[in-house]
Design a protein. Structure first.
Length: 171
């Protein structure tokens, strides 16, 4: 007796199964597009488009960071401006005191009192210079603009390329 194996194939059921698999895969792709809102979700959707999209995403991220950096620069300048305005007001008061001290009708005690007030005003100006910082960087340093080394320089990245910067120097 010989034994024969019989293999039955049902072509129609195999085609139906393949169609079901294809439809399920397409449904998954469309569901992914709907949930992400993107036409291209992977390189298999459109390889060239996927690479272009990734490049644009990177550039967009860089530009958003550049905008934040510009905002930081604006904030740093605002902090420095506020401190300088305060110092200017104090210096105007000092000028008035110095003019008052130049009055010949004042006694030496009155002049000494004004000199003490002037020293306090100088201390206030220095305190403002010492305490004016932005992100840990001191924005105003003491001294005169002519003695060199007292300027503060800050550099902010303003573009996606390394040479796209904005330099701020406060003297």
């Amino acid at each position: 007796m010989s034994s024969f194996s019989q293999i039955n194939t049902n072509i129609q059921s195999q085609r139906a199964f393949q169609n079901l698999s294809d439809t399920s895969e397409e449904l998954a792709n469309r569901r992914e597009r709907l949930t992400t809102g993107l036409r291209i979700n992977s390189a298999s959707d459109d390889a060239a488009g996927f690479e272009i999209a990734k490049g644009l995403e990177t550039k967009t991220g860089s530009q958003q960071q550049a905008l934040r950096n510009i905002g930081d620069a604006k904030s740093a300048l605002s902090v420095a401006e506020g401190a300088l305005d305060s110092q200017l007001n104090i210096l105007q008061s000092a000028r008035e005191k110095a003019t008052q001290a130049a009055n010949g009708s004042l006694s030496q005690d009155e002049r000494d009192a004004i000199a003490g007030e002037l020293q306090e005003l100088v201390g206030e100006v220095n305190d403002i210079a010492d305490s004016t910082t932005f992100n840990g960087d001191q924005l105003i340093k003491g001294g005169t603009s002519g003695d060199g080394g007292n300027s503060v320089g800050l550099t902010f990245q303003t573009g996606s390329e390394s040479d796209q910067t904005f330099d701020v120097n406060i003297n």
